[in-house]
Design a protein. Structure first.
Length: 261
């Protein structure tokens, strides 16, 4: 007990310091810019669609059009980007900057160091992603408030699954940011347009399944074969836990040479 309490205090302090450092980094400026552009898109989207269709499209969001926008933009681009920005910061930043060796010199077990860093990255991801989604919903009004109540848990689970996956990349690969970009915007897009169960190899598939199922809305993609919302959310939670445990195990057992650390 005399050894556990000091270690827990050290983990808590490392988590807080890592969280503050992540939020104060230039990564947060990228997130703010992306969130501002998304808010601008919410305001201008219906008007531009109305003009482009020469008056045939409604000059306001409907719940269905807003849901499709959320799936396409928030869960397809903004959410993964926020998770990438903060998720890769858990370990990947230290590896790319060559300062991982100083992190490993802390008088803490490796598993505790990873848990603290991942908790900080997850907290930053959920704070930034959740705030962005809440702001988009608030701008939209009553439709957005309904979407927030329905899709809020899915948003949190999707962000957590992506963030833990990208943190896992940081444990095993030095250029984790490049790999995460390739996965988020190329691999997932490719898998999402594949027929059959191959789609289920991507995180975004389960996010879309949950959103469309909870909203009672059909997808525009005829190849999309969703699972039930409950199954999708359980899978997202399980994936986040598995990615976190794999990262914890890998960080504890992997040898980092000074050249890459």
């Amino acid at each position: 007990m005399n050894e556990i309490l000091p270690m827990l205090r050290a983990v808590r302090r490392l988590t807080w310091l890592s969280f503050v450092r992540i939020l104060r980094s230039r990564r947060t400026a990228v997130v703010i810019i992306v969130a501002a552009l998304a808010c601008g898109g919410i305001v201008a989207g219906p008007l531009l669609a109305h003009i482009a269709s020469r008056g045939r499209a409604p000059n306001a969001w409907t719940f269905e059009t807003f849901t499709h926008w959320v799936v396409r933009s928030l869960f397809g681009v903004i959410g993964p980007l926020i998770a990438l920005v903060y998720g890769t910061a858990a370990i990947g930043d230290e590896r790319e900057s060559g300062t991982l060796v100083y992190v490993l010199l802390r008088p803490l077990p490796r598993g505790a160091v990873f848990a603290a860093r991942l908790a900080a990255a997850l907290a930053a991801t959920l704070l930034a992603g959740g705030s962005t989604f809440a702001a988009l919903c608030a701008i939209t009004g009553e439709i957005g408030i309904r979407a927030l109540s329905l899709y809020g848990p899915v948003t949190a689970l999707g962000l957590a699954a992506h963030a833990t996956l990208f943190a896992l990349f940081g444990v095993f690969f030095r250029r984790a940011t490049i790999l995460a970009l390739a996965y988020a915007f190329f691999v997932e897009a490719f898998l999402g347009n594949m027929p059959g169960i191959i789609q289920r190899a991507s995180v975004s598939f389960f996010i879309r399944s949950a959103v469309f199922g909870l909203g009672g809305i059909e997808s525009n993609n005829p190849l999309f074969l969703p699972v039930s919302p409950s199954a999708a959310m359980i899978t997202l939670a399980t994936a986040a836990l598995v990615f976190a445990l794999l990262g914890w195990w890998g960080f504890r057992t992997r040898e980092y040479r000074s050249a890459e650390a």
